[in-house]
Design a protein around this ligand. Structure first.
Ligand SMILES: NC(=O)c1ccc[n+]([C@@H]2O[C@H](COP(=O)([O-])OP(=O)(O)OC[C@H]3O[C@@H](n4cnc5c(N)ncnc54)[C@H](O)[C@@H]3O)[C@@H](O)[C@H]2O)c1
Length: 258
């Protein structure tokens, strides 16, 4: 079967770990040159750094140290991708910062720290990517495609996640706004909203009680895996995604449907 991203270039933020890593590995397997953008090198869940794994599997990757709360880092990263690979076809906004507290226990500094990544970071990466994409020719109906990794949180009220959930809601809105403002100029922008995805990252996300509660609440007979989100992102990043823009695709095993 033909590779679905053959000849494309992609930036995946937060690609060192978890869902971003799965997306980067899948995109590379499907023929894309992938920029692995992160503040970390080693996956939180353990294993070989993503860019090394891609190279070991015969793909093409570059690692860029990029903090998505920094415009200077983002600007330099997009500049480097275009200088080395000629064009930016796909941006996956995935890197996010998670804290969990209710409104009254959230310090203004904590709020700002989360927003700096989950809202400002998605905004700045999208802005810089679209500026670049608008200079490019239309290929397979698009100058470029953006996929935002959002969350169930931000769609529904989740206990205590005031800053994280609000930042995620911002990324859903950003998706619609970019689709609205730049659709006529062949920018396609969509999102994937994961439910509970087990990445293997140690800590609270592996708490057995929490996992069991999520499993019991999910109609699909298992919890999510990073590859579930990666396959959804692959479709939205591929040439097969036509006449679909501004959508926030739930990838939650039917949780939000039930
Ligand atoms: N895992 C889940 O259950 C779940 C559910 C819903 C949504 N999501 C979303 O999926 C995405 C990935 O989540 P994950 O579980 O794989 O997270 P993770 O913590 O395993 O990985 C996140 C990666 O982003 C990087 N990162 C964090 N801040 C950064 C910054 N400022 N600049 C660059 N890189 C940064 C981290 O270093 C890390 O490698 C996030 O947007 C998250 O909100 C995850």
């Amino acid at each position: 079967m033909a590779q679905r991203l053959s000849g494309k270039t992609a930036i995946v933020t937060g690609a060192a770990s978890g869902i971003g890593r799965a997306i980067a590995l899948l995109f590379a397997e499907e023929g894309a040159k992938v920029c692995v953008a992160d503040i970390l090198t080693d996956p939180k869940e353990g294993g070989t750094p993503t860019e090394e794994e891609i190279a070991a599997r015969g793909g093409t990757a570059m690692r860029v140290e990029c903090d998505i709360s920094s415009w200077a880092d983002i600007d330099a990263m997009v500049g480097r991708v275009v200088a080395e690979w000629g064009r930016l076809d796909i941006l996956v906004n995935n890197a996010a910062h998670w804290t969990t507290t209710p409104l009254t226990e959230t310090a203004p500094e904590q709020w700002r720290e989360v927003m700096a990544v989950n809202a400002d970071g998605y905004f700045m990466c999208s802005k810089r990517a679209v500026e670049q994409m608008l200079t490019q020719s239309v290929e397979a109906e698009a100058r470029g495609r953006i996929v935002n990794i959002t969350s169930q949180h931000g769609m529904i009220g989740a206990p205590n996640d005031i800053a994280y959930g609000t930042g995620k809601a911002a990324s859903v809105y950003l998706t619609r706004q970019i689709a609205t403002d730049y659709g006529r100029r062949h920018i396609i922008c969509n999102a994937v909203a994961p439910g509970r995805i087990v990445t293997g990252k140690p800590g609270v996300s592996m708490d057995p009680k929490g996992l069991e509660a999520a499993r019991a609440r999910t109609p699909y007979p298992r919890l999510g895996e990073p590859m579930d989100v990666a396959y959804a992102a692959l479709f939205l990043a591929s040439d097969e995604c036509r006449f679909i823009s501004g959508v926030n695709l739930m990838c939650d095993g039917g949780w939000s449907a039930s």
